[in-house]
Ligand binder design. Structure first.
Ligand code: FPP
Length: 243
């Protein structure tokens, strides 16, 4: 297989294991999330270096509001700190940032930081980092349907291609590879629509420890997979079989 063809265009990641990583160090969970941000910045640059065009990460799910108030507010504050600390670096390295999710429930300050990140990087073309924040796959499907209805799309004209244009990640192709760190083997309401044919790779590595070696291992696993999208390999047309 030629190596370029084996590089996924779009990688999605469930960044799990920050809390356990911190606990192993007798530190509060927030310490793990902080290390998780550093890991994210390294990973987006590593993906860009490998020719990956889109990286989409699950930073805060619709269900994460159930966490203790101090952890939720810590994560919100961390985003503001991360934007202040890393935005210029990412912008200078050609990263385009998109925020995906329901912005209604977040503070004005956070919304302003997202808008700053998006507008400063809007012309960047090297890699698009989509940060799913206050995001859920079910929320995404519902919001897409609602917007299609508001636009007056007649039910008999609403097909998969048309609905896809209303999905929150419509700026990106479907993910080719979905990685989950932290040892859990589930999707947790991430990209339910878009990951229909993604190759799934689960690793025990905790997110703050995810680095070049783990990324390359996941890419090597992806390159070994045989993607058929519901078809069959080397299919021989029926007429040829009967001849
Ligand atoms: C899951 O680990 C991780 C999260 C819910 C948060 C991920 C967020 C970041 C890495 C920060 C993102 C920041 C920006 C700026 C986008 P967990 O807490 O569930 O870990 P555990 O399973 O070990 O408890």
């Amino acid at each position: 297989m030629d190596s370029q063809a084996a590089i996924p265009r779009h990688v999605a990641i469930v960044m799990d294991g920050n809390g356990r990583w911190a606990r192993k160090r007798f530190m509060p969970r927030f310490f793990g999330h902080k290390a998780g941000v550093d890991s994210l910045v390294k990973t987006v640059l590593a993906c860009a270096d490998r020719g990956i065009e889109y990286l989409t990460v699950y930073a805060f799910s619709s269900e994460n509001w159930k966490r203790p108030t101090e952890e939720v507010s810590g994560l919100m504050g961390l985003v503001l700190v991360a934007v202040a600390k890393y935005l210029t670096k990412l912008a200078d390295r050609g990263v385009r940032i998109r925020i995906v999710g329901d912005r209604n429930q977040v503070s004005d300050k956070l919304r302003a930081a997202w808008e700053q990140a998006e507008s400063l990087t809007r012309d960047n073309k090297r890699i698009t980092l989509s940060v799913c924040f206050n995001y859920g796959g079910r929320w995404d499907i519902v919001q897409a349907c609602r917007r299609a209805i508001v636009d007056g799309v007649p039910p008999d004209q609403l097909d998969e291609a048309r609905l896809s244009r209303y999905m929150a990640l419509s700026h990106a192709p479907d993910p080719d590879l979905l990685i989950r760190t932290g040892g859990e083997v589930r999707i947790s309401n991430f990209l339910l629509w878009q990951a229909a044919y993604s190759e799934l790779v689960f690793t025990d590595c905790l997110w703050p420890e995810f680095g070049d070696a783990e990324l390359d291992a996941a890419l090597a696993e992806f390159a070994r997979r045989d993607r058929r999208f519901g078809g069959v390999k080397d299919s021989v047309p029926l007429e040829a079989k009967q001849a």
